[in-house]
Write a protein that binds this ligand. Sequence first.
Ligand SMILES: *Cc1c(COP(=O)(O)O)cnc(C)c1O
Length: 474
Amino acid sequence: MGVEEIRKRMRTIPGMDILLAQEWALPWIERMGREAVKRAFNTELTSLRRRILAGEIEPGDGFMERVKELCLSSLAAAGKDNLRRVINATGVVIHTNLGRSLLAEEAVKAMTRTARGYSNLEYDLKKGARGQRNTHIEELLCAQTGAEAGLVVNNNAGAVLLCLSALARGTEVIVSRGELVEIGGSFRVPDIMAFSGAKLVEVGTTNRTHLEDYASAITENTSMLLKIHPSNFRIEGFTLAPEREDLAKLAHDHGLLFMEDAGSGLLVESEALGLQGETSVKACLEQGADIVTFSGDKMLGGPQIGAVVGRKSAVDRLRKYPILRTLRVDKLTLAAFEATLRLYSRGALDDIPTTAMLRLSQETLKACAESLAEKLRARIRAKVEVVPVEDAVGGGSYPERPLSGWGVAVSGHPAGGAGHLQALLREQDLPALCGAREDALILHVRTLREGDAEALADALSRLEKEAAGHGAEC
Ligand SMILES: *Cc1c(COP(=O)(O)O)cnc(C)c1O
């Protein structure tokens, strides 16, 4: 293609002013603002120029119509919210990439109320004077865990950092090698420890650490024994870790603090959630921990928060520590957390989505899967089967132990195999994340919310029609 020909083709690309003056562009300018529309057009024009230069498109009849289509789809994409609701059909309840816990309706209401109006966030209405934001949750947190005192920060990583900085800076903290974990999203115990100014002293081996290992590592510089929940992995076989009571006694005999990073933070016994072998925060404290930290948005089912509970003397030291201010929890989170804790006080575990989803019975799950299968069979021609599936707690909680669940397998869909269908479903206006097994798409019902079954049926039926349409063209 000669230079002249290229110039000629380039000239057929409409200019920005022409595009902005098009009738179809006006509603978008109204909705998104002129600058945002210009940015979207610019991206499209740049890509058009590149494709014409590369000889990929030849302007000709109907070119303007083509440009209009491209611009409109780019506007539609730019006009969509970046952070959107998605359907979780993976069966992973606390899905870290999908926002961990969903909030209880009560918590959502509390957030809305607090967002709309002024509140007594830091105002003591009795005294008519400045108050503390932490007072709104401290009593509830203590009631739920049996602790003397408690406070909250932005997340559990922050809680651990705060505790180590305020309670162990410049001193030695003893940790078992079997508990030096990395949690997804780069929470690494050794790094947090280094940053806090505490000195990490590793004892024992990956699979076995004896009480004696801790005891012989204690020096006059030691201030703390730290136990960490190995949230996202499990070592099986020849393993050993001292009992909590023994660690607590060892710490207290030497005048040391015994701290535990409990990770997920169970406010009820794990059996109440149908799980086994996890220790509740209350039990950790009863067994001698002086300080326990945990997340608000893992198994607790609340907003993103880091809670610290334990001895008043230790918590009081945290309250005065300057970096506490940098980890401050915002009012909406606090409102949601208070509401969630109040649900725990009432024992309303089925009103908290995370705990409710964990507690679902096999019968309920199977019935949900059957109902989803019925909906799908009425709408699509692909093969639809109710199948047992493995769900997961997720969020680095309850590692390696799958939850039995039920789901629906879809195979022989004309749009393509499981991998392709998964990709197509992620691109829908209401994106859906689904599982796959062999070449079947697997829809796990445990994590579906109201209306999701309909939306999945809509999407799969739309994709079937589109695939059929394309088939007819060929
Ligand atoms: C998840 C987890 C953390 C990090 O908590 P965030 O609330 O995500 O900051 C820290 N420690 C353990 C043991 C965890 O499981």
